[in-house]
Design a binder for this molecule. Structure first.
Ligand code: NAD
Ligand code: DAU
Length: 333
């Protein structure tokens, strides 16, 4: 089997490539990645020399780049590539529209031209918007509230249209929030851990009462692996765990683990259009034989430990462009 994995130098894409080489040593992987600020080849050091691994630096929104990657003959495409950070989408939506919508369109067209056997779209629970009670199902209506989630929703609609119109073998997956080692330190969990490791305060938006559902890297990679093998084309699969946590609860857990008290919390102005709660029903995926195996606390402790032991990885990321982004983000609120 030869997979084209896009965005394979990012957080979950790189974890997934490592998962593939561990669990399917005979499979081949072509990784097409633009190497934006979020792409990091340090994430792939351990697979870089494998004869089954091919790296193409390129843009999923560029037809020629996609051709160069797919032209090597691939069976299946898994589209992880995206602009992913909600706060950045509020500041500068442009790249989100280009990559998340036009990039997905470019890949779908290439998949069609090359008769790929399966195209898996990696999407998010954020397309459904916020939910007060209960959980989103695969057929819940889309109600995206940020430029990021609107771009992902647009891409998901294109996937559906390519299945309906051209019979392209598409599967769409909607997942809850990822966490684990090597997540770029702009997202809640790695930002708070690394700030505290640098003796800096942690910026909680609003009162910190918002809720997210969380999945650890290993559980997520097993879910996508299963969908590659057993997912039905034209179907949608939600990926969730039931581990729903308030931001403030996560913050206090990290503070306690690292030996700090609540004086390290800085309550800052809220994110515009901040979704209050996400929750996803993943019975359909369970029906394929998947369940989450990593308990929430264990995943978070493992994540904290990884950042403690891998300062070399994150320290250099928290400078330059990163600091410009933070300055802009706080000025704009
Ligand atoms: P990330 O931000 O860590 O990495 C994104 C990767 O995509 C980077 O390697 C980047 O270089 C690459 N990329 C960006 N634009 C590109 C382009 N135009 N062409 C080629 N490569 C490009 O991503 P992540 O947080 O691991 O998310 C991966 C996927 O999962 C995304 O599609 C995201 O929407 C989805 N998702 C993320 C979460 C989460 O909690 N992070 C939850 C659900 C779904
Ligand atoms: O739900 C899936 C989505 O999860 C993915 O599709 C996105 O790509 C991913 O970025 C993530 O979006 P969130 O907005 O939920 O993640 P983030 O880590 O940015 O924020 C998590 C929560 O923490 C959210 O309620 C905002 C809050 N927060 C975040 C940051 C960065 C803070 O209070 N302070 C912060 O500094």
């Amino acid at each position: 089997m030869k997979l084209l994995i896009t965005g394979g130098a990012g957080f979950m894409g790189s974890n997934f490539i490592k998962h593939i080489f561990k669990n399917h040593p005979n499979w081949q992987v072509v990784n097409l990645d633009k190497l934006t600020y979020a792409g990091n080849l340090d994430n792939l050091k351990e697979v870089g020399d494998s004869p089954n691994y091919f790296f193409v630096r390129g843009d999923i929104a560029n037809k020629e780049d996609v051709k160069a990657a797919i032209g090597q003959g691939v069976d299946k495409i898994i589209n992880f590539a995206a602009e992913t950070h909600v706060d950045r989408s509020i500041l500068e939506p442009d790249a989100f529209i280009k990559t998340d919508i036009f990039g997905t369109y470019t890949l779908l067209e290439a998949a069609r031209e090359n008769n790929v056997a399966q195209y898996i779209q990696i999407s998010t629970d954020e397309v459904f918007g916020s939910i007060k009670n209960g959980s989103f199902s695969e057929s819940s209506p889309f109600a995206p509230n940020s430029p990021y989630s609107a771009s992902k929703a647009g891409a998901d609609h294109l996937c559906r249209a390519y299945f309906k119109t051209y019979n392209l073998p598409v599967i769409v997956t909607h997942s809850c929030n990822f966490y684990g080692p090597s997540q770029y330190p702009e997202k809640l969990i790695p930002l708070f851990i690394t700030n505290l490791l640098e003796n800096k305060k942690v910026p909680v938006y609003g009162e910190g009462n918002q809720m997210r559902e969380w999945i650890f890297t290993e559980d997520y990679c097993r879910a996508i692996d299963l969908i590659i093998e057993r997912g039905q084309v034209g179907e949608i699969y939600n990926i969730g765990t039931g581990y729903e946590k308030q931001n403030i609860e996560i913050t206090k857990f990290i503070l306690a683990e690292l030996g700090f008290d609540e004086s390290m919390i800085e309550y800052v102005k809220d994110r515009p259009a901040h979704d209050f709660r996400y929750s996803i029903n993943c019975e359909k995926l369970r029906g394929l034989g998947w369940k989450s195996e990593i308990p929430w606390d264990e995943g978070l402790r493992r994540t904290i430990k990884w950042y403690q032991e891998n300062e070399w990885w994150w320290k250099k990321l928290k400078s330059g462009e990163y600091l410009d982004y933070y300055k802009k983000q706080y000025q704009s609120r």
